[in-house]
Structure formats: C-alpha cells, structure tokens
Design a protein around this ligand. Structure first.
Ligand SMILES: Cc1cc2nc3c(=O)[nH]c(=O)nc-3n(C[C@H](O)[C@H](O)[C@H](O)COP(=O)(O)O)c2cc1C
Length: 176
C-alpha cells in the first residue's frame, strides 16, 4: 500500500452522547478520524448532513430511527471529494441502530468506489461493528477490508490508548 493516496472520510455527531461522555464538543468518531488522517497523512473529509440532529441524545436517536425505518438518504454538504484522486478510503462512522447513519449511505451512493479499497472504522457503545462492513460492500463496488471498532467512550476519554490502537490497526491495514 506504499504510495497509495489516502482519504479519511467520516461522519460524527457532537452534543449529548451516550456511554457516560455527556455533552461533547468533538464527536467520538471524529477524534479517531483525525488520528487516522494524522497517521496516514491522508486528506480528511467530514460527511455532514445538511439538516442537523437534535443536541439531546434521546431525541437524536428518535430522528435517526425514523430515518433508518424510512431508509432515507439525508442530503449531505458538498463539495464531495473527487474519488479519482484516491486509492484507499478510511471510512469512519458511529453505529446508529446497528447500522451506518443514513447520511453515510448518501455519501457511499453518490461517490464511485470502483477499484478502491475502503477500510471502515466505527465507534459504538456495545454493538461492535455488526454487519456494517458487509453493508458497505453491498452498497459500493469497493474492496472492503476488515474494520476497527472502538467504544466511543474510549475514543473520547482515553485518547492516548485510542491512538495506540489506531496506529497498530492502520499500519496492519496498510500492510506496513
Ligand atoms: C442515533 C444514535 C443511535 C445509536 N445506536 C447505537 C447502537 O445501535 N449500538 C451502539 O452500540 N451504540 C449506538 N449509539 C451510540 C454511538 O454509536 C456512540 O456513542 C458513538 O461513539 C457516537 O459517535 P460520534 O460521537 O462520533 O457520533 C447510537 C448513538 C446515536 C446518537
């Protein structure tokens, strides 16, 4: 994977969260995404829905539940990255209702990942990565590698350890 052009694309929500972290200024997944970009020297892109989610945790989960039940594709902010510029995409997301946030599907369906490698990473509060690697593979034409999963609370409150985990996994994923 030496010389590969790397993008780190991520979705993450700040504000009130679960796992005992309370109101956070920087989302758990965003913390890992910034580490991944720093480790790989890749470009960083935030997948952000045009519509923001409620700041309180429970109402946010209700909105997300509706979106999932309706299989919505919430609009996301552009401009989107030019995928022809990248070989490898690290894709970061929180687990929402055992799935990707619907806005991540919007991103995956808008971009062309043929011939690319997607390396997923997620934060969660107990579900693990679930079937999301498969969902990404079914949604794109990318080759999808095995992902990293981490408790959001660890990413938020044990950043030195989280960074070590990220370094090890990023290097293994890139075959370094
Ligand atoms: C709408 C919503 C749904 C969630 N669903 C799950 C879930 O199904 N399983 C789980 O383990 N955690 C779930 N969580 C917890 C998040 O995955 C976890 O807090 C994650 O670290 C949040 O990352 P972020 O700060 O980058 O958005 C959910 C959180 C939200 C806001």
């Amino acid at each position: 994977m030496q010389g590969k052009r790397i993008l780190v694309a991520y979705f993450s929500r700040a504000d009130e969260n679960t796992g005992g972290v309370g109101y956070i200024e920087k989302g758990n997944t965003r913390i890992l995404a910034e580490m991944a970009a720093d480790i790989t020297k890749g470009d960083l892109f935030e997948i952000k829905t045009v519509k923001s989610y409620p700041k309180e945790y429970r109402p946010a989960t209700e909105v997300a539940k509706q979106e999932k039940e309706n299989n919505e594709r919430p609009e996301i902010n552009g401009p989107l990255p030019d995928m022809s510029q990248y070989d490898v995409i690290f894709l970061g997301y929180p687990i929402w209702w055992s799935d990707l946030p619907m806005g991540v599907y919007t991103f995956l369906e808008k971009e062309n990942f043929a011939g690319k490698t997607i390396i997923p990473f997620c934060t969660h509060e107990g579900s693990g990565i679930g079937n999301t690697e498969r969902f990404i593979a079914e949604t794109t034409k990318a080759k999808v590698l095995s992902g990293l999963e981490m408790r959001g609370k660890k990413a938020q409150t044990q950043q030195a350890e989280a960074r070590k985990d990220m370094e090890k996994w990023v290097n293994e994923s890139l075959g370094n």
